[in-house]
Design a protein around this ligand. Structure first.
Ligand code: HEM
Ligand code: SF4
Ligand code: SF4
Length: 505
């Protein structure tokens, strides 16, 4: 059932990613950077917010007028800043929603990866409350509607003794102090929670990608500026508590539940919101994912070089002082509750080499379910009849399924980052195959850095790297975006087979 929903989510994501790849092809596709794009929008909101704050007056009578001044008299800067502030806030809702969908579709939120998902939920609440409190500060008719409706919502919670909605019965009952409190919440309190929340959200990941690619940032900012110039953000009529607003233009990104308060009742809106939150909160265990067997360290074969710790995408490897009396300074320890069994550490370990005489092959770090020894045996088996192309593909990927069903020589790995460069050397220098194709899920690598590390090791930018005697031109890579078709892979396999045949002539 869950796989069906995930595959449905992938299909839904296919459309925006196809559209966006015209402007941002390959790894730069915004769908690969939804978390970092959200942070980029936060920056725009923060910087434009600082400009607005300089001119904003935190009083009931001054708020509306100060924003009118910025919008009309200072349209060339204050007006643009206001529009950027609004549109970047709206964009955050879109990127957060797509980010949740994207992570769900890639199954990156279960078993040992539950933490970022669960820590993401408070971020949604903070961003919504930030946006809603921002609409209060404009103090126009929309603000009046938002203030009254959110007070009705809050009054439905039995913990409040005095009724908040009473503040909005008439202009005189709304105090400047109350307004300043709202401004403090929006300008200081909630942003601090947001920054702390984002830190908590990514703190278990190693090297979290918090900045999108430069071209993507530039393109996004440009699009926002164009939007700000074409459709400047404006206020509606000034709030007047003596009369109910007649026509309102709702911001559907932030305020979509507000009409429900009138159509249903505040109580039912809370039922809906807590229901959706509970669903997100418990999603990693609905149903619980299959437990993984974590990587294990063999101290007899570990020289404490720390490469595995540097390459682990989940910070699951700790470097500690040596405990077995060997002359090395360090050893490594795997934290089982962080390990996803991706095998990237095995690809980083210099002792994981098929050239070792010792049998069975036991490297410093290994996966219990698909060990370095098993990997070597699979390669030997797949190359027994000298295939022109040997493909190496991730377990469970559509690439693997296609290669197997088309009788191509293929070896399955947990992640392409699991394959140590010495194995590629082994295949080519022993002439087990003419060409190697590494294939996986590209910019959307499910294990974050598998593709990057594989590429960097082959291009000799990262240790352990491919030895110079191996012609890197004999190794090709086909990284498919998770939502795109297998067309590119098919073409690349055919091209490699052709090249190998020409080599043989
Ligand atoms: C303000 C809102 C949010 C921001 C700024 C944000 C940002 C990020 C960033 C920067 C990453 C790291 C990407 C990487 O380096 O691989 C990430 C990962 C992730 N986020 Fe968010 N996120 C937000 C909200 C959420 C929400 C609401 C959820 C889900 C309920 C969520 C679920 C995840 C998951 C599952 C990962 C991947 C963790 C892993 O690879 O193990 N995020 N997010
Ligand atoms: S298998 Fe993956 S998650 Fe586990 S220790 Fe190795 S690199 Fe880290
Ligand atoms: S990469 Fe291998 S040798 Fe180096 S510290 Fe890790 S397990 Fe030990």
């Amino acid at each position: 059932m869950i796989e069906l929903l995930q595959s449905f989510a992938r299909r839904l994501l296919w459309l925006p990613s196809r559209f966006l790849r015209w402007g941002f092809p390959g790894v730069e596709n915004p769908m690969n950077h939804l978390g970092s794009l959200t942070i980029f929008f936060c920056w725009i909101v923060l910087i434009s917010g600082i400009w607005l704050l300089i001119f904003f007056r935190t009083s009931v009578s001054g708020a509306f007028e100060s924003l009118e001044y910025l919008t009309h008299q200072q349209w060339y800067l204050g007006g643009i800043m206001r529009s950027l502030h609004r549109y970047a806030s709206d964009a955050m809702i879109v990127t957060i929603a797509l980010h949740i969908f994207h992570e769900f579709s890639r199954n990156t939120y279960r078993v040992t990866r539950w933490f970022s998902w669960v820590a993401g939920l408070p971020l949604v609440w903070i961003v919504f409350i930030l946006g809603i409190s921002g609409y209060w500060l404009v103090w126009d008719e929309l603000a009046q509607y938002v203030a009254i409706t959110s007070s009705e919502l809050l009054d439905a919670i039995p913990i409040f003794t005095s009724k908040m909605a009473a503040n909005f019965l008439q202009d005189t009952s709304l105090s400047d102090r109350f307004f300043t409190l709202m401004a403090f919440l929006h300008l200081v309190g909630l942003p601090i929670f947001l920054v702390f929340g984002i830190w908590l959200h990514v703190f278990r990941l190693s090297s979290p990608r918090i900045n999108p690619p430069k071209r993507l940032m530039a393109g996004t900012l440009l699009a926002m500026l164009v939007l700000a110039l074409l459709f400047p953000a404006v206020s509606q009529d000034q709030a007047n508590l003596a009369q109910a607003p007649q026509t309102l233009q709702l911001d559907w990104f932030y305020l979509h539940v507000f009409p429900l308060v009138q159509i249903w009742s505040p109580g039912w809106v809370w039922v809906l919101l807590t229901g959706i939150s509970a669903l997100i909160l418990f999603a990693p265990w609905l149903p619980p994912g299959k437990a993984v067997k974590s990587a294990h360290v063999d101290l007899d074969n570990c020289n404490g070089c720390q490469r595995c710790a540097d390459d682990c995408p989940y910070g699951a490897i700790q470097v500690v002082p040596r405990s077995d009396g060997k002359r090395y300074e360090h050893e490594v320890v795997v934290e089982a509750d962080l390990c996803t069994s991706c095998g990237i550490c095995v690809g980083a370990c210099p002792t994981a080499t098929p050239f070792r005489k010792r049998s069975p092959l036991v490297p410093g770090i290994d996966l219990p379910r698909s060990s370095a020894q098993v990997l070597k045996e699979s390669i030997d088996e797949a190359t027994a009849t000298f295939p022109l192309v040997l493909s190496i593909a991730c377990t469970g990927s559509p690439e693997l399924a296609w290669l197997e069903s088309n009788n191509k020589a293929v070896v399955a790995v947990s992640c392409v980052g699991q394959i140590p460069p010495s194995y590629l050397d082994y295949i080519l220098s022993r002439n087990l195959s003419a060409r190697i194709l590494l294939t996986g899920c590209g910019g959307g690598c499910r294990h974050r850095f598998g593709m990057d590390w594989a590429e960097q090791r082959i291009s000799r930018e990262r240790d352990p790297n491919l030895r110079r005697r191996v012609g890197a031109h004999r190794i090709a890579m086909a990284w498919r975006e998770p939502w795109s078709s297998l067309g590119g892979l098919k073409k690349q396999v055919a091209a490699l087979e052709k090249q190998a045949q020409e080599d043989n002539r």
